[in-house]
Design a protein around this ligand. Structure first.
Ligand SMILES: C[S@@+](CC[C@H](N)C(=O)[O-])C[C@H]1O[C@@H](n2cnc3c(N)ncnc32)[C@H](O)[C@@H]1O
Length: 207
Protein backbone atom coordinates (compact mmCIF):
# COMPACT_ATOMS: atom_id res chain seq x y z
CA UNK A 1 0.00 0.00 0.00
CA UNK A 2 1.29 3.50 -0.81
CA UNK A 3 1.58 6.16 1.90
CA UNK A 4 -1.49 8.41 2.33
CA UNK A 5 -1.02 11.63 0.37
CA UNK A 6 -2.85 14.68 -0.86
CA UNK A 7 -2.97 13.24 -4.37
CA UNK A 8 -4.49 10.06 -2.94
CA UNK A 9 -7.05 12.11 -1.00
CA UNK A 10 -8.00 14.18 -4.07
CA UNK A 11 -8.59 10.98 -6.09
CA UNK A 12 -10.97 9.35 -3.58
CA UNK A 13 -14.27 8.17 -5.04
CA UNK A 14 -15.94 6.00 -2.41
CA UNK A 15 -16.70 6.26 1.29
CA UNK A 16 -14.85 3.00 1.99
CA UNK A 17 -11.70 4.32 0.31
CA UNK A 18 -12.06 7.61 2.22
CA UNK A 19 -12.37 5.78 5.54
CA UNK A 20 -9.34 3.62 4.71
CA UNK A 21 -7.17 6.55 3.66
CA UNK A 22 -7.90 8.60 6.78
CA UNK A 23 -7.56 5.57 9.07
CA UNK A 24 -4.05 5.17 7.70
CA UNK A 25 -3.32 8.90 7.79
CA UNK A 26 -4.72 9.92 11.20
CA UNK A 27 -1.63 9.49 13.39
CA UNK A 28 0.80 11.12 10.95
CA UNK A 29 -1.54 13.75 9.42
CA UNK A 30 -0.47 16.63 11.67
CA UNK A 31 3.27 16.04 11.43
CA UNK A 32 3.68 14.56 7.94
CA UNK A 33 1.00 16.49 6.06
CA UNK A 34 0.01 19.64 7.95
CA UNK A 35 3.52 20.28 9.27
CA UNK A 36 5.49 19.52 6.13
CA UNK A 37 3.02 21.33 3.84
CA UNK A 38 2.75 24.35 6.16
CA UNK A 39 -1.04 23.85 6.06
CA UNK A 40 -2.35 27.27 7.06
CA UNK A 41 -5.97 26.76 5.97
CA UNK A 42 -7.47 25.55 9.30
CA UNK A 43 -6.02 28.59 11.11
CA UNK A 44 -7.24 30.87 8.30
CA UNK A 45 -10.79 29.51 8.63
CA UNK A 46 -10.70 29.91 12.42
CA UNK A 47 -9.38 33.46 12.12
CA UNK A 48 -11.97 34.39 9.46
CA UNK A 49 -14.72 33.02 11.72
CA UNK A 50 -13.49 34.95 14.76
CA UNK A 51 -12.88 38.15 12.76
CA UNK A 52 -16.47 38.04 11.46
CA UNK A 53 -17.74 37.94 15.06
CA UNK A 54 -18.24 34.18 15.30
CA UNK A 55 -19.04 32.75 18.72
CA UNK A 56 -19.89 29.38 20.25
CA UNK A 57 -21.32 26.89 20.33
CA UNK A 58 -19.52 25.92 17.10
CA UNK A 59 -19.71 22.79 14.96
CA UNK A 60 -16.47 21.91 13.12
CA UNK A 61 -17.59 19.80 10.16
CA UNK A 62 -14.95 17.38 8.81
CA UNK A 63 -12.89 18.33 11.84
CA UNK A 64 -10.31 15.59 11.19
CA UNK A 65 -7.52 15.81 13.76
CA UNK A 66 -8.87 19.08 15.15
CA UNK A 67 -6.61 21.73 13.66
CA UNK A 68 -9.40 24.33 13.52
CA UNK A 69 -10.29 23.52 17.11
CA UNK A 70 -6.75 24.24 18.27
CA UNK A 71 -6.77 27.70 16.66
CA UNK A 72 -10.35 28.57 17.75
CA UNK A 73 -9.41 27.63 21.31
CA UNK A 74 -6.35 29.92 21.15
CA UNK A 75 -8.71 32.66 19.94
CA UNK A 76 -11.04 32.08 22.88
CA UNK A 77 -13.93 30.76 20.78
CA UNK A 78 -15.97 27.85 22.15
CA UNK A 79 -17.49 25.50 23.10
CA UNK A 80 -16.69 23.32 20.08
CA UNK A 81 -18.13 20.07 18.77
CA UNK A 82 -16.82 18.12 15.79
CA UNK A 83 -18.16 15.70 13.18
CA UNK A 84 -16.19 13.58 10.72
CA UNK A 85 -16.42 10.38 8.71
CA UNK A 86 -13.22 8.96 10.19
CA UNK A 87 -13.20 7.54 13.72
CA UNK A 88 -9.41 7.46 13.64
CA UNK A 89 -9.15 11.18 12.78
CA UNK A 90 -11.69 11.93 15.55
CA UNK A 91 -9.60 9.93 18.04
CA UNK A 92 -6.66 12.28 17.36
CA UNK A 93 -8.94 15.33 17.72
CA UNK A 94 -10.26 13.98 21.04
CA UNK A 95 -6.74 13.82 22.50
CA UNK A 96 -6.31 17.58 21.95
CA UNK A 97 -9.08 18.34 24.43
CA UNK A 98 -10.60 21.20 22.41
CA UNK A 99 -13.90 19.51 21.59
CA UNK A 100 -16.93 18.44 23.60
CA UNK A 101 -19.00 16.08 21.46
CA UNK A 102 -17.26 14.30 18.56
CA UNK A 103 -19.60 12.42 16.23
CA UNK A 104 -18.62 10.08 13.40
CA UNK A 105 -20.48 9.44 10.15
CA UNK A 106 -21.09 10.51 6.58
CA UNK A 107 -22.55 14.00 6.50
CA UNK A 108 -25.07 12.94 3.88
CA UNK A 109 -26.66 10.62 6.46
CA UNK A 110 -27.11 13.64 8.78
CA UNK A 111 -25.73 13.99 12.29
CA UNK A 112 -27.46 13.78 15.65
CA UNK A 113 -25.38 16.50 17.31
CA UNK A 114 -26.18 16.92 21.03
CA UNK A 115 -24.97 20.55 20.87
CA UNK A 116 -27.33 21.65 18.06
CA UNK A 117 -28.48 24.21 17.16
CA UNK A 118 -25.04 25.84 16.71
CA UNK A 119 -24.24 29.56 16.63
CA UNK A 120 -21.41 28.82 14.23
CA UNK A 121 -20.29 26.19 11.72
CA UNK A 122 -16.72 25.97 10.41
CA UNK A 123 -14.98 23.59 8.03
CA UNK A 124 -11.49 23.32 6.55
CA UNK A 125 -10.27 20.99 3.81
CA UNK A 126 -13.44 18.89 3.61
CA UNK A 127 -15.24 20.59 0.71
CA UNK A 128 -12.49 19.47 -1.67
CA UNK A 129 -11.69 17.13 -4.55
CA UNK A 130 -12.77 13.55 -3.81
CA UNK A 131 -14.57 14.58 -0.60
CA UNK A 132 -17.82 16.47 0.06
CA UNK A 133 -19.96 18.45 -2.40
CA UNK A 134 -22.30 21.39 -1.98
CA UNK A 135 -25.31 19.21 -1.09
CA UNK A 136 -23.89 18.99 2.47
CA UNK A 137 -24.44 22.71 3.09
CA UNK A 138 -28.21 22.40 3.59
CA UNK A 139 -27.62 19.54 6.05
CA UNK A 140 -25.27 21.80 8.04
CA UNK A 141 -27.83 24.62 7.90
CA UNK A 142 -30.32 22.29 9.60
CA UNK A 143 -27.90 21.99 12.55
CA UNK A 144 -27.50 25.76 12.95
CA UNK A 145 -29.53 28.39 14.78
CA UNK A 146 -31.06 31.35 12.91
CA UNK A 147 -28.32 33.97 12.45
CA UNK A 148 -25.52 31.39 12.83
CA UNK A 149 -22.20 32.30 11.18
CA UNK A 150 -20.65 29.86 8.69
CA UNK A 151 -17.01 29.80 7.52
CA UNK A 152 -16.44 26.88 5.14
CA UNK A 153 -13.34 26.42 2.99
CA UNK A 154 -13.93 25.18 -0.55
CA UNK A 155 -11.05 24.19 -2.86
CA UNK A 156 -11.20 26.43 -5.95
CA UNK A 157 -11.09 23.60 -8.53
CA UNK A 158 -13.80 21.72 -6.59
CA UNK A 159 -15.91 24.91 -6.29
CA UNK A 160 -15.97 25.22 -10.05
CA UNK A 161 -16.25 21.50 -10.91
CA UNK A 162 -19.17 20.83 -8.55
CA UNK A 163 -21.12 24.06 -9.11
CA UNK A 164 -20.84 25.56 -5.63
CA UNK A 165 -21.81 29.03 -6.90
CA UNK A 166 -25.11 27.72 -8.29
CA UNK A 167 -25.71 25.73 -5.11
CA UNK A 168 -25.11 28.81 -2.93
CA UNK A 169 -27.36 30.88 -5.21
CA UNK A 170 -30.02 28.20 -4.77
CA UNK A 171 -29.80 28.62 -0.98
CA UNK A 172 -30.53 32.37 -1.17
CA UNK A 173 -33.71 31.94 0.89
CA UNK A 174 -31.69 30.25 3.69
CA UNK A 175 -28.43 32.24 3.76
CA UNK A 176 -27.44 35.92 3.82
CA UNK A 177 -24.34 38.10 3.60
CA UNK A 178 -22.37 35.60 1.50
CA UNK A 179 -18.71 36.47 0.97
CA UNK A 180 -16.14 34.36 -0.85
CA UNK A 181 -12.64 35.60 -0.07
CA UNK A 182 -9.92 33.59 -1.83
CA UNK A 183 -7.08 32.25 0.33
CA UNK A 184 -3.90 30.22 -0.14
CA UNK A 185 -4.10 26.81 1.51
CA UNK A 186 -0.40 26.50 2.35
CA UNK A 187 2.28 28.77 3.76
CA UNK A 188 5.69 29.69 2.37
CA UNK A 189 7.32 26.43 3.48
CA UNK A 190 5.05 24.25 1.30
CA UNK A 191 6.60 22.25 -1.54
CA UNK A 192 5.31 20.15 -4.44
CA UNK A 193 2.53 20.32 -6.97
CA UNK A 194 -0.12 21.64 -4.55
CA UNK A 195 1.90 24.34 -2.80
CA UNK A 196 0.03 27.15 -4.59
CA UNK A 197 -3.48 25.66 -4.22
CA UNK A 198 -6.15 28.17 -3.26
CA UNK A 199 -9.82 28.18 -2.47
CA UNK A 200 -12.56 30.22 -0.89
CA UNK A 201 -13.72 30.66 2.66
CA UNK A 202 -17.47 30.81 2.08
CA UNK A 203 -18.68 33.06 4.89
CA UNK A 204 -22.40 33.62 5.40
CA UNK A 205 -25.18 33.73 7.97
CA UNK A 206 -28.16 31.43 8.26
CA UNK A 207 -31.32 33.48 7.87
C1 LIG B 1 -8.33 16.98 4.45
S1 LIG B 1 -9.15 16.42 5.88
C2 LIG B 1 -9.43 17.96 6.73
C3 LIG B 1 -9.43 17.79 8.21
C4 LIG B 1 -9.38 19.09 9.02
N1 LIG B 1 -10.61 19.84 8.90
C5 LIG B 1 -8.19 19.93 8.63
O1 LIG B 1 -8.38 21.05 8.14
O2 LIG B 1 -7.08 19.45 8.82
C6 LIG B 1 -10.79 16.03 5.28
C7 LIG B 1 -11.68 15.38 6.33
O3 LIG B 1 -12.98 15.18 5.73
C8 LIG B 1 -13.53 14.00 6.26
N2 LIG B 1 -14.59 13.52 5.34
C9 LIG B 1 -14.45 13.09 4.07
N3 LIG B 1 -15.63 12.72 3.55
C10 LIG B 1 -16.56 12.94 4.53
C11 LIG B 1 -17.96 12.75 4.62
N4 LIG B 1 -18.67 12.26 3.58
N5 LIG B 1 -18.60 13.09 5.77
C12 LIG B 1 -17.88 13.59 6.81
N6 LIG B 1 -16.55 13.79 6.79
C13 LIG B 1 -15.89 13.46 5.67
C14 LIG B 1 -12.33 13.06 6.33
O4 LIG B 1 -12.56 11.97 7.20
C15 LIG B 1 -11.23 14.01 6.80
O5 LIG B 1 -11.05 14.01 8.19
Amino acid sequence: MSEPSLDGAYALNSLDDTKRLYADWAESYDSDFAGQMDFTLPASVAEAFAAAGGAGPVLDFGCGTGLIGERLTQLGVGPLDGADLSKEMLAVAARKGCYGHLVSGDVLDGYHMPGAPYAGVVSSGTFTNGHVGPEAISILLDLAAPGALFALSVNKQHFEALGFQAALDGLADRIAALELPEVRFYGPNATGAHKDDTGYIATFRKR
